[in-house]
Write a protein that binds this ligand. Structure first.
Ligand code: GYE
Length: 338
């Protein structure tokens, strides 16, 4: 069940970031414009590597930890980081990427908010000779030469782990178990894949029934709002499967407000393992968390260096992660970094 870290090495980010985010102009960088693979020799030794990073937003605890990891690791690597927050909007991310192309950054990295609709802008980066690295979320582009690698979790596997816990819990069920699902951002890789992996595994037990699914956009506020609607519409909810901790935390508020006990009256499964989620799990309010590691910064900086050095890197770098029951969450909580 353990996912293998295909790229092996995982450096720790420095705990004392000193990066100035004030990016030096990179316009005079002597990068070849006719090649998608700039080499180290194309760059004067005294010039800082300029990395443009287009983040999804600040929608969750996971994202906050991810942003911090990227900023700290870029500082430790001595990179000049240009960082933008797209507020969960694809058009903003596309704008940010186009501006990085215009500024002639050395490498562009981004976490695509949704899977589709990237071919044009990725082609523009390729034509400008700027390598692109995907982190966290995937794109559905058929042409995989449009990016160097995709560093992140296996979201289908995460959905399977969530489903497997429920299948094991309910193996002796003699009546239907009613599940409601709080989905992540519509069209995003984690929402698509966490749903697919979960469904695939629970199909083995016909008593496990998803009676309602709706997006909560990975936020607490929407998780609460949608759970309120679920509770109004269905009096017989046994299980909540939330695609992330934040939505589960919002839903917990709605469940408590309805006079029910989260984790007891309604069993809760979520994904991420951020601090507040682990806290709720250690209190028995979330029954099972599938870990999704946001600390992708060190792997990203290593990949940037390798790409700029002209080294071959794997097309897919999978993050290593586990799962937590309530008891395991209680034990792990004090040593968690996020
Ligand atoms: O699970 C969620 C965040 O893409 C893995 O995005 C990420 C997801 C994460 O908003 O909390």
């Amino acid at each position: 069940m353990v996912i293998v870290a295909a790229c092996g090495k995982k450096n720790e980010a420095s705990s004392s970031p000193s990066a100035s985010q004030a990016a030096a102009p990179a316009s005079e960088s002597a990068k070849p414009s006719d090649s998608a693979q700039p080499s180290e020799s194309a760059k004067p030794a005294d010039k800082k590597v300029v990395l443009g990073f287009a983040q999804v937003g600040a929608e969750s605890g996971w994202r906050t930890a991810n942003t911090k990891s990227i900023q700290e690791s870029a500082a430790s690597a001595g990179f000049d980081l240009k960082f933008s927050d797209a507020q969960q909007k694809q058009e903003n991310q596309i704008k940010a990427i186009r501006s990085y192309i215009q500024q002639k950054v050395d490498v562009i990295a981004f976490s695509p908010v949704v899977e589709s609709g990237w071919d044009t802008v990725l082609k523009e980066a390729k034509d400008a000779g700027i390598p692109v690295i995907l982190t966290d979320r995937a794109v559905d582009s058929k042409d995989t030469s449009l990016y160097k690698t995709f560093i992140g979790s296996d979201f289908v596997e995460e959905g399977r782990k969530a489903g497997q816990w429920l299948v094991d819990q309910e193996k002796d069920a003699t009546k239907d178990i009613n599940i409601v699902e709080l989905q992540g951002t519509t069209g995003s890789a984690p929402a698509n894949d966490r749903m697919a992996g979960f469904k695939e595994v629970i199909a083995s037990n016909p008593h496990l029934k998803i009676i309602a699914s709706q997006t909560g956009d990975f936020t607490r506020a929407k998780g609460k709002e949608v759970m309120q609607a679920f509770l109004k519409a269905h009096k017989d909810i046994d299980v909540l499967y939330a695609h992330n901790d934040d939505m589960a935390l919002g839903a917990i508020q709605a469940i408590e407000a309805a006079g029910l006990k989260p984790g007891v009256d309604i069993k809760i499964i979520s994904v991420d393992g951020v601090h507040d989620g682990m806290q709720a799990a250690s209190e028995g309010k979330i029954n099972f968390i599938v870990e999704c590691n946001p600390l992708l910064g060190p792997q990203l900086m290593e990949a940037v260096n390798n790409v700029l050095a002209g080294k071959e890197i794997p097309q897919r770098i999978v993050t290593k992660e586990g799962t937590f029951t309530s008891d395991q969450a209680k034990e792990a909580l004090p040593s968690r970094q996020y």
